[in-house]
Design a protein around this ligand. Structure first.
Ligand SMILES: Nc1nc2c(c(=O)[nH]1)N[C@H]1C(S)=C(S)[C@@H](COP(=O)(O)OP(=O)(O)OC[C@H]3O[C@@H](n4cnc5c(N)ncnc54)[C@H](O)[C@@H]3O)O[C@H]1N2
Ligand code: MOO
Length: 390
């Protein structure tokens, strides 16, 4: 059995960036920017008023000084003349500051009578002018790779860039296996249960940026598994669920081998998730997840999400653990790295009572996985432990 770190390294060797596509900016949020965006203009493109008020020559802004209003500048329409001595231009927020003026007096600091303004005795400080290029200049960049936030999208729009090059969404084929499984909404037989892992994993991987195809459930015979694996042929990553262990009906390893899978590893020193396998099946990477629901979701978090990030052009890196203070003792750990379902709150973190890898109700209540290294000794309340947020 290899360590989690070694397994993740071997999975990184199986995957690479899947290529790029161009999308309209309106559809770019959440996508991974693949090509750095460069501003094609300055923002603001001219010195702009930051307030509604009166533009004038700052040296003349003495208390109770008077100015003649000679015109108006609004956002979208500049005043084309020049502001001279004793003159002012009525100006609104976002308007180009007229030539000759270098200060905007806010309208609250002014009395207007006819076409004459008188400044108040106490004036608010500041010129109230945003210099040209104050926000960004031609040539400034939004660098790739990065996941585009709504804030990035607003900035790119402001740079007058209508479409962006992003990583193509990796195509992931998900295959649940087992005679015991039916789809949610179907009528299960007396010995059957509902396929759940595929739905949890689809949600997890799509939230990260993949397109996930749920293929038909493969039955516990080689023909069925061969057939469904055939449907996955064009995928970037094939993920099977279940049938990975050592039982007579655990066929994923043998059938994938028969189809030419080059195995990178089988079995990892982790809990849950021990019977994990990975390899290359044709051009696709293949990951065989254990069937126990919590094992599948934990392996998805620890291995598939980091692999997906590499496929999206992001750096190869494990999920970054965080630290928290234990609010309850922990027993010593065995030889496998243990990902314990836990609840994190303001007081700290505590492992949940039931850690069976079949319990989705426990996983759904958990909001963190405490990471226990192999052979970690007993840990007492108050000690610091590492965890992965869920
Ligand atoms: N003799 C041994 N038995 C087992 C070992 C072992 O080392 N020696 N390992 C155990 C561990 S650990 C795990 S994890 C499981 C993994 O087994 P498989 O990957 O072969 O999974 P299955 O047997 O197909 O299923 C296990 C369990 O999960 C349920 N399942 C499967 N797929 C789904 C799905 N899509 N949605 C919901 N539930 C699913 C399945 O019904 C079983 O209950 O093996 C142990 N055994
Ligand atoms: O490795 Mo199994 O995943 O502990 O239930």
């Amino acid at each position: 059995m290899i360590s989690v770190e070694e397994a993740l390294g071997r999975i990184f060797d199986l995957v690479g960036p899947v290529g790029t596509e161009t999308v309209p900016l309106a559809e770019a949020a959440g996508r991974i920017l693949a090509k750095t965006v460069t501003a094609t203009r300055d923002q603001p493109p001219f010195p702009a008023s930051a307030m509604d008020g009166y533009a004038l020559r700052g040296v003349e802004a003495d208390p109770e000084a008077q100015f003649k209003v000679i015109g108006e500048a609004k956002a979208g329409e500049r005043f084309t003349g020049k502001v001279g001595a004793g003159q002012t231009v009525r100006i609104f927020t976002g308007a180009p500051v007229p030539e000759g003026a270098d200060r905007v007096i806010i309208q609250e600091d002014v009395d207007l009578r006819g076409s004459l303004i008188t400044l108040h005795r106490d004036l608010s400080p500041g010129a109230n002018i945003r210099p040209a290029g104050n926000d960004f200049r031609v040539g400034d960049t939004v660098t790739a790779p990065r996941r585009l936030s709504p804030r990035d999208v607003a900035l790119i729009a402001s740079m007058n860039v209508p479409q962006v090059t992003v990583a193509r969404k990796p195509d992931i084929a998900l295959i649940a296996t087992g005679d015991e499984l039916v789809m949610p909404g179907e009528e299960p037989g007396p010995d059957q249960i509902i396929a759940s892992n595929s739905f949890g994993l689809k949600a997890m991987l799509e939230a990260e940026g993949a397109t996930v195809r749920l293929l038909p459930i493969a039955r516990d015979n080689a023909d069925s598994l061969r057939f469904v694996l055939g449907l996955a042929a064009s995928a970037d990553l094939v993920v099977t669920i279940g049938g990975a262990s050592v039982g007579d009906h655990d066929l994923v390893g043998p059938v994938a081998a028969e189809l030419g899978m080059e195995q990178a590893f089988y079995k990892v020193a982790m809990r849950p998730g021990k019977p994990l396998m990975a390899g290359k099946l044709g051009d696709a990477a293949m990951i065989g997840l254990p069937g126990n629901p919590v094992s599948a979701m934990v392996c998805g978090t620890v291995f598939i999400l980091p692999a997906l990030r590499v496929m999206l052009g992001l750096p190869a890196a494990p999920v970054t653990p965080q630290t928290a203070t234990l609010t309850a003792d922990l027993a010593s750990n065995g030889p496998r790295q243990h990902y314990m379902r836990a609840v994190l709150d303001e007081a700290g973190i505590a492992a949940m009572d039931r850690q069976d890898s079949a319990l989705l109700s426990v996983l759904a209540t958990a909001n963190a996985l405490i990471v226990r290294p192999p052979n970690d000794p007993e840990r007492a309340k108050g000690e610091i432990v590492e965890y992965l947020p869920l």
